[in-house]
Ligand binder design. Sequence first.
Ligand code: ADP
Ligand code: MG
Length: 690
Amino acid sequence: MRPESLFPLFAPVGSLKGVGPRIAPALERIAGPLVRDVLFLAPHGIIRRPRRTLSEVRPEETATILVTVEEHLRPRSPQQPLRIRTRDGDQRLDLIWFGNASRGLEARLPVGAQRWVSGKLERFGLDLQMVHPDYVAEANGLAEIPQIETVYPAGAGLTARMVRRIVHSALDRTPDLPEWQDPAWKTGRGFPSWREAIRALHSPQDDFDLSPAAPARARLAYDELLAHQLAMAQRRAHRRAGAGLRLIPAGLSGAVEAALPFRLTPDQLTALAEIRGDLASGQRMSRLLQGDVGSGKTVVAMLALADAAAAGAQGALMAPTEILARQHFETLSGPLEARGVGVVLLTGRDRGPARREKLERLASGAAAVAVGTHALFQDEVRFHRLALAVIDEQHRFGVGERQRLLDKGEGVHLLSMSATPIPRTLELAAYGDLDVSRIVGKPPGRTPVATRAAPMTRLAEVEDRLVAAVLSGAQAFWICPLVSESELVDLKAAEQRARDLQARLGGRVGLVHGKLPGPEKDAVMADFAAGKVKVLVATTVVEVGVNVPNATIMVIEQAERFGLAQLHQLRGRVGRGRAESACVLLYDPPLSDTAQKRLDILRRSDDGFAIAETDLELRGGGDALGLRQSGFPDYVFVDPFVHRDLILAAGDDARLVLARDPGFTSPRGEALKVLQALFDWRPETGMKGA
Ligand code: ADP
Ligand code: MG
C-alpha cells in the first residue's frame, strides 16, 4: 500500500498547473506519467545570462544587454524575418524574428525606446545579431530576466521553458518525507535531506551541481540504489525461505562427467562445486553462472541437470531461441541418454501427437530433462517433479517468464547463465539477488582470435580477403549494426552489403535482421550452422550463444558504435575450433582518442571481465556501455561509474536492514517503506513500476 505522504507525487502529470491534455502526452514522453517523474527529471545544463555591454560580448555567448531601438526592417516577403535594428553605444545589434514569432514585437520595441534583451549572440557580417531573443524587458525590468536558468530535456513540442515552469509547479507539491537514510552515513557523506536534494537538483548553480557527484544527486542515487537493493534482498530472502529439494550428487553425474571427452577446467570445477553445494543445502538455489561465450557453461549445467535426474527429480534448460535450444539438446542428449536419462526437446515448432508425447513424458517423469525455448513455460507443460531450472542468456527472458518456469515445481532451484561480462563493481546492481559463479579461464586448445581494426576506406580489401577465405572453405559473420535513427536505413545498408557479397559468392550469403519472421531467421541460422550458408550478414547481435565451430571470420562494421562487452561477445562466436580465427573491426574514421583506446583493448585482451571493467572506466558509465541491454537496471539517478562505491554501500545497508528489522517496524523501517514506495521497485518482478 502506498503511504499517504506520497499521494501528491503519484498524481498524474495532468494534475499539474499548466499541463493540459495537449501537453500531458509530450511531458509523459520526456519524463513519465507521474508528478514524481517530473521531479525526477534531472536538468542537464544551465544557461547564464550575465549583463554585458555589446563591446564586451563575443559571438556564441548568451548575455543580457541594454539596447536602444533604432529601426524596424519589416519583412518584404513571408519568408523574410522581422529585423529590429538596435544599438548599444557605437555597436549595432539586430534582433530577428521569423514568422509568427514576430507578432506584436514592433509595438513592444518602439523606435527610440531602451530595452533589455537576452539571448544567444551570433555574428552577422561585422555586426552581431540575436535570433529569437529569449527575453525582452523594459528598461526598468531587468529583474524579469533570470541570471541563471536550468536546462531540461525538451522536445515533443515542449520547450525548455515550459518544462521549467512545470517542474516548478511540481516542486511546490514536494512533501517532506521521513528520513530513511542512516543518520551517521548521511552526515558523513554530507547528504542533504530528500526534499532539499530534490530542490537542489532543480536549482544547479554551476557545472559541479550538474554532475552525478554533486551531493544532491549522489543522495538521490543512493536512495534509488538502496530501494533497489532492498527489493533484491527481500526477493532473495523470500526465495531462501522456501525449502529447496535436497539434491545430492550421485554416481550418475560422476559417470556423465567421466565420459566427457575432456577434463573440466578449474573454473568449471569450482562453479560446479558451488552449484552442488547449493543443491544439497536444502535451501533453494538462486545462482548466476557467468562466463564468456564458449567458456563452457553448458557442460556445467548438464552435470547439474544430471544431479537432478540422479535424485529422481527433473530439470529444465531454457534458451531464448530455437537454434540455441536445438544446439543444447544436441550437446546434452548424447551423454545423458547414454546413462539412461531421458531428454526431451520442446520448442514452438512441436505440434500434434509428437508434442503430446513429449508433454506426456515430462508429466510422467519418463524424461528427466527438458531442453527448450519459451515453449517450456507454457501452461500445458507439466512436470512430474521439477527440481532445477537452468536459464541460458537469462536477460533475454522477462522476469515473469523465468518465474513461470520456476512455478512448475516446488522449491525449484534456479541456475541463470549469462555470457555478458558485467564489471565486478556493477555485479551487485545487476544481480544483487543472485549468488554468482564465474568461469574466467577458457577451455584449453583455443587459438586466440587475431583482432585488428581497419578504417572503412579499406572495405574492399577486407571483402577480397573474406571472399578468398570463403572460397577455400571458411565461414564468416558480417555484422552491420543498427545505428541510425531509422531501422529502415540500417536495414538497407545491410541488404546492400549482402548484395555486394552475393555478387561475388552467390547463394553462399545469407541475411538475418530484426524484421525477419522467426522461422525464416531460424532457417537461415540453421543453414549457417550446417555450413550451407558461408557468410551470415546480420543487422543485430544475432543468436548470442550460437556455436558454429567452422566459423573463423568475424567482420563488424562501425565497431566504434558498439559497447566493448558486445564486441567481445561477438568476437567470441569465432575461434571455437582449432583453426586460426580473425576478427576485423571496421570503423568510420576519424576515431576519437577514447574510441581508439577502446578498440585497442580488444586487440590486446581476451578476458571479458577485464574488458568490461576497462570500458566502464574509459567511458565513465552512461548508457553508452550498452549495460541496459544486458539486464542492468534502468536507473534514473545512478551513474554506474561515478556511483560504483554507492552500489556496494547500498548493498551492505540493505542486508543489514533486513537482518535487523525484516518487518520494517522500527522508525527507520517505516521510513524505508516510504522510500520503497517512492521508487516502486516491484519486489516480485525486480522492475520499476509505473
Ligand atoms: P558456453 O555455453 O559457455 O558458451 P559451451 O558450453 O557451449 O560454452 O562450450 C563451448 C565448447 O567448449 C563446447 O564445444 C564444449 O564442448 C567445449 N568445452 C567445454 N568445456 C571444455 C573443457 N573443459 N575442455 C575442452 N573443451 C570444453
Ligand atoms: Mg552458451
